[in-house]
Design a protein around this ligand. Structure first.
Ligand code: MN
Length: 309
């Protein structure tokens, strides 16, 4: 397996263009490769890097798993973010530099907090056949916690909410009075929703929202969208209407507009290039900042930042 040069590459974020005005903005996730599996990357995107503190969204699969075709992401570092891994199908083993080793399966969520630095590996080789299908999201940490300690939590049970003809799993935040046990450092919501037909989803008016289409065809706030498209909805909505076609499923994301701009490069979320370069140097020199991951996968080397000659 070749080492990936991502996840966040220059083409994700190098150029900026203004958002397309108020209202609804729709785009299709950019296809890339992570650890041997094709993914659709909906965030970051030129002109729309974040929805609340959500700053990265990779949709991987569904893909049939074979011995030589599965997800293997060797040890690599993170700073300044939480990773949220949510599996729709399959099994992936997480191992990190604090000695955590955890298999995650369908319907389960892993939350890893990077703070000042952590390293981890993701390995799906234990899964023999079947389908691998899921999302990995990043949540930017605010200034108050982003230099702080690292942590890891596995959640096998998340609240389920009935939503008219539908059903929702609350990954983060709250919906319909039920609150997820998964906690992050800024006001946020993340909900996996399926339904037959139209549902009206109550949301926080102070949050901006986005809808990632995991499967099927549906209409979000009157706009027709398809699998792997993403809809940005802005703030000031009391509810969001989604009309689900057969087999349609979405991830609703929201949060208060983030406190600041962030700078993302490779596996790092920071505020300026000097921080990114320092993190890259600390990883490359094996300074001890990120610790050691016990994994049989090859460690991933950091690329050279594109802004350095
Ligand atoms: Mn990672």
């Amino acid at each position: 397996m070749t080492a990936m040069s991502g996840p966040v590459q220059a083409e994700d974020v190098a150029q900026d263009s203004p958002d397309q005005g108020l209202g609804v903005d729709v785009w299709t996730g950019r296809v890339t490769d992570v650890g041997g599996i094709p993914v659709h990357r909906a965030l970051p995107r030129r002109g729309r890097r974040m929805v609340g503190a959500w700053c990265f969204l990779d949709r991987f699969g569904p893909v049939g798993v074979l011995p030589d075709r599965t997800m293997t992401v060797g040890p690599h570092p993170h700073i300044g973010l939480h990773t949220v891994t949510w599996l729709l199908d399959g099994e992936v083993e997480h191992s990190d530099s604090f000695g955590n080793r955890q298999m995650i399966r369908r319907g389960e969520l892993n939350l890893m907090t990077a703070g000042n630095g952590i390293a981890h590996a993701e390995d799906a080789r234990a899964q023999r056949g079947g389908s691998l299908n899921g999302v990995q999201l990043w949540v930017a940490q605010p200034e108050a916690t982003r230099h702080g300690p690292s942590a890891f939590a596995h959640h096998a049970e998340l609240p389920d909410v009935e939503l008219g003809s539908g059903r929702a799993t609350v990954l983060l935040g709250q919906l319909g009075g039920l609150r997820s046990p998964v906690s992050v450092d800024s006001p946020l919501v993340g909900v996996d929703i399926t339904a037959a037909g139209a549902v009206e989803i109550p949301v926080e008016t102070t949050f901006e929202h986005g809808v990632a289409v995991l499967s099927g065809e549906l209409t979000v706030a009157g706009t027709a969208v398809d699998t792997n498209q993403f809809v940005y909805l802005g703030t000031d909505r009391a509810s969001i209407n989604i009309d689900f076609g057969p087999g349609a499923r979405v991830l609703l994301l929201g949060g208060e507009p983030f406190e600041s701009e962030v700078l993302m490069w490779w596996n790092f979320v920071a505020r300026d290039r000097a921080e990114l370069e320092r993190a890259r140097d600390d990883w490359t020199s094996n300074s001890g900042r990120f610790g050691h991951v016990d994994s049989t996968l090859a460690t991933i080397a950091a690329p050279r930042p594109y802004w350095l000659a």
